[in-house]
Write a protein that binds this ligand. Structure first.
Ligand code: HEC
Ligand code: HEC
Ligand code: HEC
Ligand code: HEC
Ligand code: HEC
Length: 328
């Protein structure tokens, strides 16, 4: 005879088994991470991402920095909260409990509404399945990651309100693989004059002087300088090759297409899910290469268009979809 609740228990157990196997297979060191989840309140997937060594080092650097009140970050731009999968730990546990409860209650002989219980258990399992899918997809990726930085440096204040060009600070974006983060000397081009900000007063700008060993009163660098440890936000896995010059200079791709509206952010957040398919390849399959680039003149774009009606050569046609272009 078919016993609905019994079958549900079995399905549930199989789901749980599948879940734990998949988590064990993909999560590298769960023990450490679950502690991290509690400590930092970041999402399951983000903490998975911290497993990569660079990120772990960054997290350590973040901890070592003196405690700063960066509450201002999120107060001022709430629209950049909630990007990424969010923290699913609590809903996951609740759904698990609901499932367990519905199963146990439904199995009791006295139970008056076993069908309702079965439905509840089924819905809970479906919800767990959804969370599993979302978290599994985000594994190793870190959309929504927005670490607190050692200085309250705001792109909104600089690139937005003061209109400073991205490449004034990220000078290497056009010429090299890495866009790079400016040294504090670049900040001093302005901050030897500007001592006060409208949000943080003198507090945060004073940190620049502190790191550089600069005394704003005497205008001398008379103290020992210390290195600043910005926390890296974007970080592709080590097996991927990505080059800024290729995109910014040759490809004429705007920073914002990949990084989102940085000029509106007080705290940089990884805006897009930097996924191979939906991000990199999706663009490479649609985007045409720059027809004015003399390097591609052998394509004879004008002739192609007139004779064959082809109006663009997409990036995948020049090798942008070959595994070896992006993977070592
Ligand atoms: C006044 C200098 C300055 C300007 C102008 C500036 N940035 Fe930055 N940028 C920084 C500093 C310093 C950091 C490191 C601290 C941080 O992440 O907030 C940074 C970090 C970043 C990051 C995150 C890097 C990482 O760790 O992954 C991105 C992306 C970025 N900037 C993009 C932009 C874009 C796009 C613009 C133009 C709209 C821009 N920046 C303008 C100084 C600047
Ligand atoms: C085609 C997408 C794309 C464009 C366009 C792009 N970036 Fe990036 N950017 C990335 C990716 C992907 C990473 C992570 C690279 C890694 O981990 O190796 C990154 C990393 C960064 C970093 C962290 C430091 C570094 O170089 O790894 C900064 C800063 C940055 N980008 C700034 C910029 C600025 C400024 C522009 C525009 C001038 C820009 N990016 C244009 C995709 C892009
Ligand atoms: C091209 C000029 C320029 C450069 C370069 C520059 N800043 Fe600024 N910064 C300003 C101006 C102007 C303000 C004041 C904005 C305001 O009125 O709040 C400011 C404000 C600030 C503030 C206070 C923000 C607030 O509103 O409380 C901090 C912190 C800061 N800058 C850090 C940095 C750091 C770190 C760098 C180097 C990575 C840097 N700045 C580079 C022009 C610059
Ligand atoms: C918004 C569009 C866009 C996105 C997103 C994008 N690219 Fe590209 N990519 C381009 C364009 C345009 C070119 C062609 C540049 C040129 O003309 O050489 C290119 C070229 C390349 C090339 C050189 C291909 C070749 O064989 O010449 C590599 C490698 C590459 N991209 C890697 C990446 C990776 C890795 C990512 C994801 C992290 C990425 N790209 C995301 C637009 C994009
Ligand atoms: C345009 C650049 C690009 C090309 C071309 C590309 N990849 Fe990737 N690949 C990436 C990026 C970026 C990641 C890491 C981000 C992610 O998790 O999707 C990645 C991740 C992977 C992963 C790890 C997946 C995971 O979940 O950890 C594998 C395996 C992989 N690629 C295989 C391939 C194969 C096979 C090809 C050729 C058919 C290929 N890639 C072509 C950019 C590329």
């Amino acid at each position: 005879m078919f016993k609905p609740i019994n079958s549900m228990t079995k399905i549930g157990l199989i789901m749980l088994l599948f879940l734990s196997v998949s988590v064990m297979a993909s999560g590298k060191n769960m023990g450490m991470q679950s502690v991290a989840v509690q400590l930092s309140g970041t999402t399951l997937s983000q903490t998975m991402a911290t497993a990569s060594t660079a990120q772990a080092a960054a997290a350590k650097a973040e901890k070592q920095q003196p405690a700063v009140s960066h509450a201002d970050y999120d107060k001022i731009d709430p629209e950049f909260k909630g990007i990424g999968p969010g923290n699913n730990t609590v809903p996951f546990i609740i759904a698990l409990l609901v499932f367990a409860l519905a199963t146990v209650l439904g199995r009791r002989k006295k139970c008056k509404m076993p069908k309702v219980m079965m439905l509840v258990a089924f819905l809970a399992i479906a919800y767990i399945g959804k969370i599993t899918y979302v978290e599994a997809r985000a594994l190793g990726r870190q959309q929504g990651y927005a670490p607190v930085q050692p200085i309250w440096f705001s792109h909104k204040v600089h690139a937005g309100q003061n209109g400073i060009d991205c490449e004034y600070c990220h000078v290497d974006a056009r010429t090299s693989r890495h866009a790079g983060v400016p040294s504090l000397n670049v900040c001093m081009n302005c901050h030897n004059q500007v001592h006060k900000g409208s949000v943080s007063g003198t507090k945060e700008i004073a940190k620049i002087y502190d790191y550089l060993g600069y005394n704003p009163k005497t205008m001398q660098y008379d103290k020992p300088a210390k290195p600043i440890k910005w926390v890296k936000v974007h970080n592709l896995p080590d097996h991927v090759y990505f080059n800024h010059a290729q995109h910014v200079q040759a490809g004429k791709v705007k920073c914002q297409e990949c990084h989102g509206p940085v000029e509106k952010m007080n705290r940089v957040v990884e805006y897009k899910e930097l996924a191979m398919g939906d991000f990199c390849l999706d663009c490479h399959r649609k985007r045409g290469i720059d027809t004015s680039n003399p390097y591609y003149k052998h394509y004879k774009f004008k002739e192609l268009k007139e004779k064959q009606g082809i109006d663009k050569i997409t990036v995948d046609k020049i090798g942008g979809a070959d595994c070896s272009s992006c993977h070592y």
